[in-house]
Design a binder for this molecule. Structure first.
Ligand code: HEM
Length: 404
């Protein structure tokens, strides 16, 4: 099980392997091997109703696919939604338990381990609208407002349903996406999709360290942790009763496709790149701080009288001080689609999971927008969507069963 793997387990295994000569290398190799093995062996069963996408550690590969249902008339849209959710819900259960090769003869994943496969499903506001279920729409499930820094392409936005597949092995992700879309071909049409990745546990010197994005920054430091008391209120939706109770204990995910202008970024000197975000490149420590988990001192000024963390630095504008405690669980993955028409297609597959996007993503993005985030020069928000991710309930055919 994914969550069974803690830093203590890794450290314990590493400690036991220390040798007098070359001990450091031996320890590191063992820790990496241990984590990599756990992740590639792992089976992901949803825990406490939480969708696999919320479990830690995060897998090395994900693919987020948004589909639209083919039908037009409300009762047919509703019928198709139920069919697709039931098919995917049932398959997810079997795939989590057995893997694809045991379910589909001739699957590309034959001979592969479960790879911590996790399948998470979401519903878009357009689905409820089109299926005649508008009165069951929870208020947090709404289109995001427009932001001044948006460069959105409608073809990369929205969607009736979301399929989020994660695993430690890219072949497992690819084959499972193919399989799930294949069985829903009659009902669902892909609207947009984006595969993402992060460093593999096997190559990380410290597999428990916060990963880096394609700009080279340590990304994901300030995040609610599943074992903290505020994780629930910040990340999980509360709709104890009423029309939206089908989402009680679920979460809302904002997905943004954010292209990075990497040539421009790497033209900057390292100290200029650090100024943009307000953290050190070497270890992710806030400027003026001594370690990654140090609290940023937003009041500190240098000898020149200027703020140590610049007025338009990303972490200053995104900090809870500015956003009145707005919080979300940020799970960033990189994407790299090479070059298209001579243009570099790489960046951040940004996913943010929260109890309510209005007090989570939107509150922060508004500050980044209005405060003139220094990062905006080097990024382009090109795709955007919001999905309701219902809690996984063991005895139901699919997570949104209570909606009907
Ligand atoms: C912090 C990078 C977009 C919200 C950070 C940090 C980095 C970073 C390096 C510091 C380390 C950390 O705490 O994770 C980026 C990049 C982006 C991006 C490269 C786009 C390509 C966004 C967006 C949002 C966001 C769209 C939300 C609207 C935050 C928040 C923090 C943060 C809330 C923590 C701030 C704090 O309290 O210290 N980001 N980010 N970021 N970012 Fe972003």
């Amino acid at each position: 099980l994914l969550t069974g793997l803690g830093a203590a387990g890794i450290a314990g295994a590493a400690g036991a392997a220390g040798l007098a000569t070359g001990g450091l290398i031996e320890r590191e190799t063992t820790a990496q091997g241990d984590t990599a093995r756990e992740l590639s062996l792992g089976r992901s069963a949803p825990e406490e109703g939480r969708p696999p996408a919320l479990l830690t550690p995060t897998p090395a590969h994900v693919h987020v696919v948004a589909v639209d249902l083919r039908a037009e008339r409300p009762e047919q849209v509703s019928q198709q939604a139920r069919t697709v959710l039931r098919l995917w819900g049932e398959q997810a259960r079997g795939l989590h338990e057995h893997g694809l090769a045991e379910i589909v003869e001739g699957a590309p994943t034959q001979g592969l381990r479960p790879a911590s496969l996790g399948i998470t499903l979401g519903l878009g506001a357009s689905l409820l609208e089109r299926a005649g279920l508008a009165e069951r729409r929870p208020e947090p499930l709404a289109d995001l407002p427009e932001f001044a820094s948006d460069h959105l392409d409608p073809a990369l936005c929205g969607g009736d349903l979301m399929l989020h597949v994660g695993a430690e092995d890219p072949l497992v992700v690819s084959a499972v996406v193919e399989h799930l879309l294949g069985i829903a071909r009659e009902q669902a049409l892909v609207r947009w999709s984006l595969p993402g990745f992060q460093r593999a546990a096997a190559t990380a010197a410290d597999p428990s360290a916060t990963p880096r994005n394609l700009m080279g920054q340590v990304d994901g430091t300030v995040n609610p942790h599943p074992d903290q008391a505020q994780f629930g209120p910040q990340v999980l939706a509360a709709h104890p009763d009423g029309a939206a109770s089908w989402m009680d204990g679920g979460t809302y995910v904002v997905v943004r496709r954010i292209r990075m202008l990497l040539d421009d970024w790497f033209d900057l000197e390292p100290h200029q790149r650090e100024r943009v975000v307000g953290r050190r490149l070497s270890d992710g420590a806030p400027l003026g701080g001594d370690r990654e988990d140090a609290l940023p001192d937003l009041a500190a000024r240098g000898d020149d009288g200027e703020p140590v963390i610049a007025a338009n630095a990303h972490i200053r504008l995104a900090s809870p001080e500015r956003t009145l405690g707005a919080r979300m669980l940020r799970r960033g993955f990189s994407y790299d689609l090479g070059w298209s028409g001579g243009r570099r297609e790489a960046g951040l597959l940004f996913t943010a999971w929260q109890a309510d996007p209005r007090t989570g993503f939107t509150a922060v993005q508004r500050e980044l927008d209005e405060g003139g985030d220094a990062l905006n020069t080097y990024i382009r928000h090109e795709g955007s969507a919001v999905f309701a991710v219902p809690p996984v309930r063991e005895n139901q055919p699919h997570p949104a069963h209570d909606l009907w």
